[in-house]
Write a protein that binds this ligand. Structure first.
Ligand code: NAI
Length: 436
């Protein structure tokens, strides 16, 4: 795929193919789109062959880190006499990230089918969905879809006469960002306060109830059935060599048509803007995030960076959750970074000192700079605190909080200095529609 390919060729609706259909969330509509055919194909294979297929497809985790899905499944020890669990992380909360919730709302059976396949592969008979608690309509839809799947014989005892059993429990979290961190999620699911555990051991060895557990993102699991139906060669023909397949990009902010765009990995923001109508009329791109606010920010210099785990990584960011938040020239970068940092400080679980204290101090400094009350040395202090958080926190929340500080100062130091020199925000808040 190249930057010159026609825009329409870039769209590859798979997970979103049925979203415009009548009642796309129903089992009836899902079955019209090859629904549960992937499961039938999977049940004809041995579990180890299934894991090998997912490994060979090159599918990488869509929750942010891009860890190879098949390899994660393979880590589950066999014949260990312990129960194995599959836990789907549906606690999507990263600022700007909004792909799993729409996917679950429109197409819950894609997840359920993927869960049955994954559970068969890792020899698990009880799987869990940990859903972001605020999304009550999605919770209702998931409950309804799970009930439909039981009634149709895709869940429960002796699934499709295969001798395989699987129960799914849908659990709603209580709205804490930290519970999206996989080990905090497991603590929360066990009924404890959600705080991250020390890794290793990774959940694959000691996860839910100290048993081997695969924790996968919604989109990762929902991507498995199409691979079973269309084959790994089809999957690897999309995307790039090291980041194959299709994915959901969430475009938001100062764009003409925000929304979900399903395209192969490796497309660029320039291509996605071409498809979607571009930055809002009369304005220019100022900065953007490749994967939510915890990924280092990019500018217009990065419009042609391939959105895959290598391309974005080589350019100094992380692909993360593919939440492409776009900001035009009306946005005050100090203001945007302050809002994000307030979020991280509020959501810090308090377990480790660098994150708990550091995010608090970052907010104090940013708020006074934004208000025109910053003093000389504040920018060095910001960088010093970010340095004391980065890599020194218990989990990735701290690193995520530090990253927009460092990258915004790298790209927009002059704008911070302008706040200090003029002792006010140089932007008209009324013009910044998204952040007003
Ligand atoms: P990580 O890279 O530490 O781990 C990724 C996955 O691979 C985990 O499931 C982990 O258990 C597994 N893993 C890694 N090394 C392993 C090993 N040696 N043995 C067995 N399993 C292993 O990343 P982490 O901290 O789990 O997640 C960070 C990511 O989360 C970031 O990239 C960020 O973009 C994303 N994120 C997503 C959010 C959302 O709302 N979707 C919210 C916040 C962050």
């Amino acid at each position: 795929m190249t930057a010159t390919e026609p825009a329409e060729k870039l769209l590859s609706p798979v997970l979103s193919a049925s979203w415009d259909d009548h009642r796309p969330w129903s089992l009836e509509t899902y079955r019209r789109h090859d629904g549960y055919q992937g499961l039938r194909n999977a049940l004809e294979m041995e579990p180890d062959a299934l894991i090998a297929l997912v490994k060979e497809s090159g599918l990488r985790g869509r929750g942010g880190a891009g860890f190879p899905t098949g390899m994660k499944w393979q880590f589950i020890p066999q014949n260990d006499g312990k129960p194995h669990y599959l836990v789907v992380n549906a606690d999507e909360s990263e600022p700007g990230t909004c792909k799993d919730i729409p996917l679950l709302f429109a197409n819950p059976h894609a997840l359920i089918e993927g869960m049955v396949i994954a559970s068969y592969a890792i020899r698990c008979d009880h799987a869990f969905i940990y859903l972001r608690g605020e999304t009550v309509p999605v919770l209702r839809r998931l409950h309804a879809a799970v009930a439909e799947a039981y009634a149709a014989g895709f869940l429960g005892k002796d699934i499709l006469g295969s001798g395989i059993d699987l129960d799914i429990t849908v659990h709603a979290g209580a709205g804490a960002y930290i519970c999206g961190e996989e080990t905090a999620l497991l603590d929360s699911l066990e009924g404890r306060r959600g705080q991250p555990r020390l890794r290793p051991p990774f959940p694959a060895i000691a996860g839910l109830y100290a048993c081997p557990t695969v924790v996968n993102n919604v989109e990762s699991i929902a991507s498995v059935p199409p691979i079973l139906v269309r084959g790994k060669e089809w999957f690897t023909s999309l995307g790039t060599e090291k980041s194959p397949g299709f994915t959901l990009y969430s475009l938001s902010g100062h764009v003409t048509n925000p929304g979900q765009y399903e395209a192969p990995l490796g497309v660029t923001l320039r291509q996605l803007l071409d498809i979607s109508g571009g930055v809002r009329a009369g304005h220019q791109l100022k900065f953007w995030t490749p994967g939510g606010s915890s990924t280092p920010m990019f500018t217009d210099e990065h419009l042609d960076v391939p959105l895959d785990y290598e391309g974005v990584g080589a350019a100094g960011s992380m692909l993360g959750t593919k939440a492409l938040q776009v900001f035009d020239e009306t946005t005050c970068v100090v203001r945007a970074v302050t809002r994000w940092t307030e979020f991280y400080a509020h959501e810090s679980c308090g377990k480790c000192t660098p994150c708990r204290e550091g995010t608090y101090w970052l907010v104090q400094l940013l708020q006074r700079i934004e208000a025109g009350e910053g003093v000389e040395g504040d920018l060095e202090k910001l960088l010093d605190i970010a340095d004391n958080i980065n890599g020194k926190s218990f989990c990735a929340l701290g690193d995520g909080a530090a990253s927009p500080i460092v990258s915004s100062l790298q790209h927009f130091r002059a704008e911070y200095e302008q706040h200090l020199a003029e002792r006010r925000c140089p932007f008209d808040p009324a013009a910044a529609t998204v952040w007003a």
